[in-house]
Ligand binder design. Structure first.
Ligand SMILES: Cc1cc2nc3c(=O)[nH]c(=O)nc-3n(C[C@H](O)[C@H](O)[C@H](O)COP(=O)(O)OP(=O)(O)OC[C@H]3O[C@@H](n4cnc5c(N)ncnc54)[C@H](O)[C@@H]3O)c2cc1C
Length: 482
């Protein structure tokens, strides 16, 4: 029989009272934006964490994990708290949240364009620290004002300038992680190695299910002010023409930092500054890098876009986008968001899948053929591409639902996510999630996503975390681990 009071007093004896928080405010706060729509109408978590524990060192994390592993306490790692999908919400009554946001140390190595940061270093703060040195992280997720390195790594995060700078896996050169039994492991920051598999990849994207990341070694890049970057915006005759243009730009070998393509419903909802005809699409690019590279890339974009029927327009909407791209994270102000939800009873969001160029077209067509009209209360269904590769891209499918019974909001959205995910899985190169992780919400689809290679994930989990103390139910369903 689990003794909550004893667990709290043991952890307090181990770490000191100031590092073990048990107030309702601390516990609910640790789940931050989770279910923010339902919370606006009074939703209460069925299984609150028993405590929020705040380590300040790797040694603290090691002590906490050893204790929890030996005493039947489950743990949910957390840093910035910006991720939803149930990943930060306990599913039982013997879970603590380990909040590493206090572990925000840093060392900058300007000569090697590198930094060593604690898991609690907010990407926005690091950017502030290094800008005066003429450096940038190159990592600008929409959650930029909130996200910290522990979460960024654990969700395989991706920033808005990813097509040039890459995603977190292109920036991370090493890390320190604490295993379930308290063992501390460092993956040294080498430029590249060919001495066995790349172990960083085991923990990147694990959503806190395989270990607690305490430190990250990352690359830094030369900073160029956004105002000075090359920009181009176009109206395309159709969404598929836009995709074809981006495919050609990427396969020719050009690397714009930002390459985005919006269909009309998505564009009208988010911008609406230019009148689009039915079926038309809005496409824009921002280039980074040395001036000559930006210009050569820009010239090619203009040429290829024109070949696919583009009508060039002004770049004001891009400036607006650059200025407001992080606004959604005003959601961190839960009361302000709650007020909007209560007034409108509308829930807005997005799911991002990916596929190769051919499959992505099919996924988009399938979604647009099958989903409209399926949900009576759906007031928006549209999509945009925002991260592009040589061999494919992602699409964010955006939605808005008018929700009569707020407590059913999650059910509706989860059903919609399932529809889109299953459409993506029809295709060999389709993936159900491009850069957020799947939390608990779509963990049941993880075995299907990975197919026969799920066996590898399952075995890694069972070896590294045999008692399944790390985030039970997140990413890998518990019954799939037997
Ligand atoms: C409005 C909005 C916009 C967003 N835009 C983007 C975007 O553009 N790109 C993008 O990639 N993501 C985006 N996200 C998702 C999310 O913010 C990011 O994935 C972010 O990286 C999470 O960082 P965090 O510090 O907030 O992590 P948290 O929310 O604290 O945690 C996220 C996950 O990582 C695990 N975790 C946290 N810390 C650790 C640790 N130290 N060790 C092991 N596991 C850990 C948690 O258990 C959880 O599963 C967005 C979210 C919101 C709400």
């Amino acid at each position: 029989m689990f003794d909550k009071t004893k667990a709290i007093s043991d952890l307090t004896a181990l770490l000191g009272a100031d590092k073990v928080l048990t107030s309702e405010e601390a516990i609910i706060g640790a789940q931050s934006m989770e279910f923010s729509f339902e919370r606006a109408f009074g939703y209460v978590y069925p299984h609150p964490a028993i405590a929020v524990v705040k380590p300040t060192s790797t040694e603290d994390v090691s002590k906490i994990l050893k204790y929890c592993n030996d005493n039947g306490v489950n743990v949910i790692p957390k840093t910035g708290g910006s991720r939803g999908a149930g990943s930060l919400v306990p599913s039982d009554d013997h879970t603590i949240t380990i909040d590493g946001s206090g572990m925000d140390s840093y060392v900058i190595d300007e000569y090697n364009y590198a930094a060593e940061v604690g898991c609690g270093m907010p990407v926005a703060r690091l950017e502030e620290i290094i800008r005066p040195m003429g450096l940038t992280t190159g990592h600008f997720p929409q959650s930029f004002p909130l996200a910290q390195y522990g979460g960024l790594i654990s969700t395989r995060s991706m920033g808005q300038f990813s097509t040039y700078f890459g995603a977190i896996e292109d920036m991370l050169v090493g890390l320190e992680v604490v295993l379930a039994d308290g063992t501390v492991c460092e993956i040294r920051p080498v430029p590249r190695r060919a001495v066995g598999p790349d172990l960083k990849n085991v923990f990147m994207g694990a959503e806190g299910t395989l270990g607690y990341i305490t430190k990250a070694y990352i690359k830094l890049f030369k900073y160029r002010p956004h105002a000075d970057l090359w920009k181009g915006a176009y109206i395309m005759p159709s969404y598929l023409d836009g995709m074809e243009a981006i495919r050609e730009i990427m396969t020719e070998g050009y690397k714009p930092a930002v390459a985005r393509l919006y269909d009309k419903p998505d564009y009208d909802h988010n911008y609406g500054t230019v009148e689009l005809e039915d079926g038309e699409a809005y496409m824009f690019f921002v280039n980074d890098g040395p001036e000559g590279v930006q210009k050569a890339t820009g010239d090619a974009i203009d040429r290829i876009a024109a070949k696919h029927g583009a009508r060039q327009i002004g770049t004001q909407a891009i400036d607006h986008w650059l200025e407001h791209v992080d606004d959604l994270c005003s959601m961190a102000d839960l009361e302000a968001t709650a007020k909007v939800f209560r007034e409108t009873k509308r829930s807005y969001g997005a799911i991002t899948i990916a596929g190769n160029w051919a499959d992505l077209k099919s996924i988009y067509k399938d979604v647009m053929a099958e989903e409209p009209g399926k949900y009576e209360n759906q007031t928006l269904l549209g999509g945009h591409i925002s991260h592009c590769y040589h061999n494919g891209a992602n699409i964010y499918f955006v939605y808005e639902f008018e929700i009569e019974d707020p407590m059913k909001a999650t059910d509706i959205v989860v059903k919609f996510f399932e529809d889109i995910s299953l459409i993506a899985l029809r295709y060999k190169s389709g993936t159900i999630e491009h850069h957020h992780g799947i939390g608990k919400e779509r963990a049941y689809l993880c075995p299907q996503e990975h197919g026969s290679s799920y066996e590898v994930m399952k075995r890694i989990k069972n070896v590294l975390d045999p008692n399944h103390i790390f985030s039970p139910g997140t990413l890998m369903p518990l019954d799939s681990l037997k």
